[in-house]
Write a protein of this length. Structure first.
Length: 392
């Protein structure tokens, strides 16, 4: 199905908006929140808009970054903070990037080893150990500018722990987190599911805090691409957004759909994780052999939420910049709002949303109350970044 002539849905009119490219190479990491990308391909939502996904399973965010900037893939299910780090040239040559849409909310977590959790069941207890000089914990995250590093740092700082001075920090691919924790290479980690759940299920770890306790309804992975690809393939980008909105709407429509997605993702071809674990992450309830209490504080991933979970809010992008500034990854305050307007392609998102019949919020900013009680609404990014400053 090409969608040509589907005027009522906002798709191609007499072929004028036909995608410039029909085969789209999309990278993803084996995580529960890759569900929109995988299920769009499996269910044919991509073909509804005249395109076809060619999925590329990546093993690390570093590899994903390199393949994206090298042109080996056209777009990616990718960390929000990674895209902004590329835009700002943190640790690499600056590249102009584009966020086409958000792919999910929530669904990450900070997992502690059972040994550490026995001594410090929460952040306050951990802070007491650190202040007493009894511990310098090692924590893993998935990428230096990425979501998990920023969430981990925020959680530690809210308890009075300076992650850069008081902890040892290591970068580990998501799929290796549970094994590294079990081997004693680190005391805890922040990563996307299902890898925290694997550590819990295998007896190596306990969930200390879910990511939505740090930032309720926080953004997760985005559909990212290079700014040059967005400029030369705008119709393709609109079709990508529309197809993934259709998929997100399907995922959020029922628990049955989420369970079906868990069945697909469990395959070695995709996430290669136990179906029961993925069912907890996606459907918010345990399988036959899983204890509900093992996922404390988690209310399930959100993919659609009437379009609000998919919208590329400018304030979300700005938050990652504030944290990159806060922890010395940026030497000075950047023009936060201007960069977010450049990176987050709300114009392309609006067109794709119109094609899929999805409402768009009136404002490009939103407000959230974070773990430490601070309100983030994008109105004072320099003040938010100035909580703690470190020399770059």
């Amino acid at each position: 199905m090409t969608g040509i002539g589907k005027e009522s849905g906002g798709a191609w009119i007499a072929g004028s908006d036909k995608p410039e490219r029909t085969l789209i190479r999309i990278g993803y990491l084996p995580l529960a929140d890759c569900a929109p990308v995988v299920m769009a391909s499996v269910l044919g939502f991509d073909e509804l808009y005249g395109i076809k996904f060619e999925l590329s399973r990546e093993l690390s965010w570093t590899g994903m970054r390199d393949r994206l900037v090298g042109g080996d893939i056209d777009a990616a299910h990718v960390l929000y903070g990674l895209l902004y780090g590329l835009q700002m040239g943190i640790g690499t040559r600056a590249r102009q990037m584009a966020v086409l849409m958000n792919l999910n909310r929530n669904g990450q977590g900070i997992t502690l080893s059972r040994a550490l959790a026995a001594r410090a069941p929460d952040a306050a207890a951990l802070a007491r150990l650190v202040r007493a000089g009894a511990l310098r914990p090692t924590f893993g995250h998935t990428f230096p500018t990425g979501n998990h590093a920023m969430f981990l740092y925020y959680w530690l700082a809210a308890a009075g722990i300076d992650p850069l001075a008081d902890c040892k920090l290591v970068t580990v691919p998501p799929g290796q987190m549970a094994a590294s924790l079990a081997a004693g290479h680190m005391d805890g980690f922040c990563a996307g599911e299902p890898w925290g759940q694997r550590a819990v299920r295998e007896g190596a770890g306990l969930l200390s805090v879910s990511s939505e306790e740090i930032w309720p309804d926080h953004p997760g992975k985005v559909l990212g691409t290079g700014a040059d690809f967005a400029a030369s393939h705008p119709n393709t980008c609109r079709a990508l957004v529309a197809a993934l909105l259709e998929t997100a709407r399907w995922l959020d429509a029922s628990r049955t759909n989420r369970e079906a997605a868990a069945e697909v993702l469990a395959s070695p071809a995709y996430v290669n994780a136990d179906r029961d674990v993925l069912q907890v992450c996606l459907a918010g309830r345990p399988g036959k052999s899983y204890a509900l209490g093992d996922w404390r504080g988690h209310n399930g991933l959100h993919f659609f939420a009437d379009g609000e979970a998919s919208f590329p809010w400018l304030s979300d992008g700005m938050w990652f910049l504030t944290q990159q500034r806060r922890w010395g990854l940026l030497r000075a305050d950047p023009p936060y709002a201007a960069i977010a307007r450049e990176v987050n392609r709300i114009d392309l998102y609006r067109d794709g949303a119109a094609m899929a019949g999805v409402a768009v919020p009136e404002s490009a900013m939103r407000s959230s109350t974070l773990l430490d009680g601070r309100v983030w609404d994008g109105s004072d990014p320099a003040g938010h970044a100035g909580s703690v400053q470190h020399a770059a």
